[in-house]
Design a protein around this ligand. Sequence first.
Ligand SMILES: N[C@@H](CCC(=O)N[C@@H](CS)C(=O)NCC(=O)O)C(=O)O
Length: 246
Amino acid sequence: MTATLYTLPASHPAYAARLMLEHKGIPYRRVDLLPALHKPLLRLLGFQGTTVPALRLNGRAIQESRAIARALEVERPDPPLLPRDPAQRARVEEAERFGDEELQPVVRRLALWAIRRDLACVRGFLEDARLPVPPGLAARTAGPLIAASARINGVSEERERADLAALPGLLERVDRYVEEGTIGGTEPNAADFQIAPSVRLLMCLDDLRPLIDGRPAAELALRVAPRFPGRVSSVLRDDERALLSG
Ligand SMILES: N[C@@H](CCC(=O)N[C@@H](CS)C(=O)NCC(=O)O)C(=O)O
């Protein structure tokens, strides 16, 4: 089996794909691309869409973390990513959908917004990156690429105020999934791999860490997605921080 995974440094869904490949015991080559520049490059590499994770598995081009989970499940059924019991599977798939469609974009925007205010933090996120350029050069030239990526992903002051206000509710939902046993079991499933990297990336933001530490969501993130280099120093103004407490 040959697998090449295209990612971006600090991409939480790309980390989800890495974790799922590792869970399945599938060896893969990882190629990190540079943000914003990755979009035309993925097209040149034969992918239809412009997002990472992008996986070439035995010649097939697969994008979207949920589609990657299903392709891996077909390729190597054990250990499973989805429960065989239909009712349990439906619960896991709903949590996975929530992680992908509701949590993931909020985390992406908040991270880009905070990183844009603390560009010195970029070097930390490149710690284990496999980029086509030296990490020091990538960090020094990251500003315009991060600004472009923020634009592409709809980051704005107004949007981020709404994202901060939504965050406590999103984390409560993750805690509920853990408490009801949909995620957080001894054998991680596709929803664990979808959600844990998102919470883990939020935990890299000094402003958000106090909101997350000690909750079931934090335990899940640190256990399932332990390796997330990078730390963004405190960048929120008082009025923005107040949005986190409703
Ligand atoms: N929800 C999808 C999308 C992933 C996604 O949006 N990835 C970002 C990086 S974290 C990206 O590639 N953005 C570039 C773009 O939107 O073209 C997934 O889980 O695969």
